[in-house]
Ligand binder design. Structure first.
Ligand code: CA
Length: 233
């Protein structure tokens, strides 16, 4: 199955030859598509169904592209790529002002449009991954970090951490199984870019262990000799 199979593209374009050409090319690439030949039906289609991207011409009968864009935006945040025949800076800026995400100047090579779509979907997928990896709650075994209120619990027990201890723990928990050097931890948690005395990391790891670990059991934070620290699953 093509990677793009689930992406739906709405084409709003009154030049029928161009619309059909783009439509065929996109279908060939595995996109699901629909065409509207005027602004009014394009707006209806944009609002009544879910699309992954809308390709929007500006010079359209019934309702121009800028107006279509302006009316979609308060209701839906579907990405919109404006297709403009006029290589006019004002058109592009107006389109972007009305909430379009990108524009492509006609005539364009179909390869360029396909590349724009791939870039757009890559960006969206990355943002989704990013959101998924930034859950409000981060867990490791029976340790739970509630990020919104910065509460750390082991089991039912709330653990009182200083700001720096909290940041250090969160960073390790958000990067499970990745061995973090002292330099990396200094950079990410303390914001030190330059060479500084890295003992401070070891000191804080000790503070943290004293608070989160159970005496007599293995530490949740492992030391990787000569390298740094890691929390392993
Ligand atoms: Ca047109």
């Amino acid at each position: 199955m093509a990677e793009t199979a689930s992406h739906r593209v709405l084409i709003i374009e009154d030049e029928k030859n161009l619309a059909r050409f783009v439509d065929l090319e996109l279908q060939h690439e595995g996109y699901e598509t629909a065409i509207c030949y005027d602004g009014r039906s394009g707006l209806d289609m944009a609002l009544s169904q879910n699309w992954d991207v809308i390709l929007l011409d500006l010079m359209l009968p019934e309702l121009n592209g800028l107006e279509v864009c302006r009316r979609i935006r308060p209701i839906k945040d579907t990405p919109i790529i404006i297709m403009t025949a006029r290589d006019s800076v004002i058109d592009r800026v107006s389109g972007l002002d009305q909430g379009a995400d990108d524009y492509i100047v006609k005539p364009f090579a179909i390869e360029e449009l396909l590349a724009r779509l791939r870039a757009l979907f890559r960006r969206i997928d990355t943002e989704e991954d990013h959101r998924a990896s930034h859950q409000p709650t981060v867990k490791y075994r029976d340790l739970v970090v509630e990020k919104a209120n910065r509460i750390v619990k082991r089991g039912d027990q709330v653990i009182d951490l200083t700001k720096r201890e909290y940041e250090l723990l969160l960073y390790l928990m958000e990067n499970l199984n990745m061995v973090m050097s002292r330099e990396t931890l200094l950079d990410k948690v303390w914001g030190y870019k330059s060479e500084v005395e890295t003992n401070v990391v070891d000191v804080y790891i000790r503070y943290l262990r004293n608070k989160i670990d159970v005496p007599g059991q293995d530490s949740y934070i492992q030391t990787v000799r000569g390298t740094g620290y890691v929390m392993r699953t």
